[in-house]
Design a protein around this ligand. Structure first.
Ligand SMILES: [Fe+2]
Ligand SMILES: [Fe+2]
Length: 219
């Protein structure tokens, strides 16, 4: 892809996302993962993957009548057609965007779509995945309490960051398609699990240690 087209696509994507720093930096990281995966998936059409990574979340601020993936696919098609790209490229990019969300009914089919899917999911995994999930869940509980103690992540099935971590984030590696993404996920999982172990330990200390002191001080 030439630099002019790259800049045009990136500028359009950032504009659609209202230059929101949280979303735009996610797009940058997804593109970076996409480039890394492309290095190992030599048969993939590079330009399709690069364009799909840049445009994949453009539907987010406009997803009123449908989820952001199909919405973004329609918007990308319009934009790329107006820019004069050929129909194979336009359809290739739009198919990737349409299938990049976690939906069993609509899995990615082309190699390019699988690369976008993996690149996007890697940014929901590891330390970054934890930060992004907490950011998205800022109005929800981090954990739920049972008998005076925080429920452990693997047992917390109510709405909370712990349950999101255990039920969704931790399961991401099983959903990945490319070998390189699975490799990267292994490294990320170490960071993530270490962080979660520390978080659970700190939280338990906070609750358990204070319990007898509370009973002494507050009668
Ligand atoms: Fe998305
Ligand atoms: Fe995304």
């Amino acid at each position: 892809m030439n630099i002019q087209n790259y800049n045009a696509l990136k500028n359009y994507a950032f504009e659609c996302l209202n230059n929101n720093k949280f979303e735009c930096s996610h797009v940058e990281r997804v593109l970076n993962y996409g480039l890394i995966l492309l290095k190992y998936e030599k048969q993939a059409n590079r330009d399709i993957v690069i364009a799909a990574c840049l445009l994949h979340d453009i539907g987010k601020p406009y997803a009123f009548d449908m989820p952001h993936s199909p919405k973004g696919a329609i918007m990308a098609k319009d934009f790329l057609n107006k820019m004069g790209f050929d129909s194979a490229f336009v359809n290739g990019v739009s198919d990737c965007i349409a299938t990049h969300s976690f939906r069993k009914k609509n899995p990615p089919e082309s190699l390019e779509a699988k690369i976008l899917f993996d690149a996007d999911k890697l940014d929901m995994y590891g330390s970054m995945g934890i930060v992004r999930t907490i950011y998205y869940m800022q109005n929800e509980a981090i954990y739920n309490i049972e008998q005076g103690l925080p429920i452990k992540p693997q047992k917390d099935n109510l709405q909370s960051f712990y349950s999101e971590y255990y039920n969704k984030i931790k399961a991401i590696p099983q959903r990945l398609y490319t070998n390189k993404a699975k490799d990267i996920a292994k490294k990320l999982s170490k960071n993530m699990e270490e962080f979660m172990d520390n978080l659970v330990e700190e939280t338990e200390y906070n609750y358990k240690k204070s319990k007898s002191i509370f009973d002494d001080f507050i009668k």
